[in-house]
Ligand binder design. Structure first.
Ligand code: GTP
Length: 129
């Protein structure tokens, strides 16, 4: 069976609840828009394969819940990501101000490799993109 992809990138969407992370992902993977807001529970993901210069690039995008109560779950995904999108709603100044908080949460998780020794060599996903 032919290999389905040559390289895999794991990316993560982070931001306040309701800023449009799921919509952004649906638009990117399926070119669809669903106007209803059904809060993500924990973490969900979608994939898309792109052909770039003859290389099959599979992009796996993890869509996290913006609600605070799921953060124990969502933080477990920060280290596995090779890139993180910090998403805000352009009509919500508050969601923009919270971007600093999301970024510092990521920094906090990845700055303490002793919490997860097997992940100690992971690059900082906020610095690599
Ligand atoms: N006008 C407008 N509304 C949007 C856009 N993108 C998303 N929305 C609306 O924003 C609401 C929330 O979108 P979601 O994508 O579910 O938000 P989310 O960030 O995934 O929310 P959580 O799963 O709770 O973290 C929905 O009611 C969408 O219809 C946009 O580009 N324009």
């Amino acid at each position: 069976m032919a290999k389905q992809y040559d390289v895999l990138f794991r990316l993560l969407l982070l931001g306040d609840s309701g800023v449009g992370k799921t919509c952004l992902l649906c638009r990117f993977t399926d070119n669809e828009f669903h106007p209803s807001h059904i809060s993500t529970i924990g973490v969900d993901f979608k994939m898309k394969t792109l052909l770039i210069d003859g290389v099959k690039v599979r992009i796996q995008i993890w869509d996290t819940a913006g609600q605070e109560r799921y953060q124990t779950i969502t933080k477990q995904y920060y280290r596995r990501a090779q890139g993180i999108f910090l998403v805000y709603d352009i009509t919500s100044e508050r969601s923009f101000q919270h971007i600093m908080k999301w970024a510092s949460d990521v920094d906090e998780v990845i700055s303490f490799p002793e919490r997860c020794p097997s992940c100690a060599v992971s690059p900082n996903p906020l610095l690599t993109f």
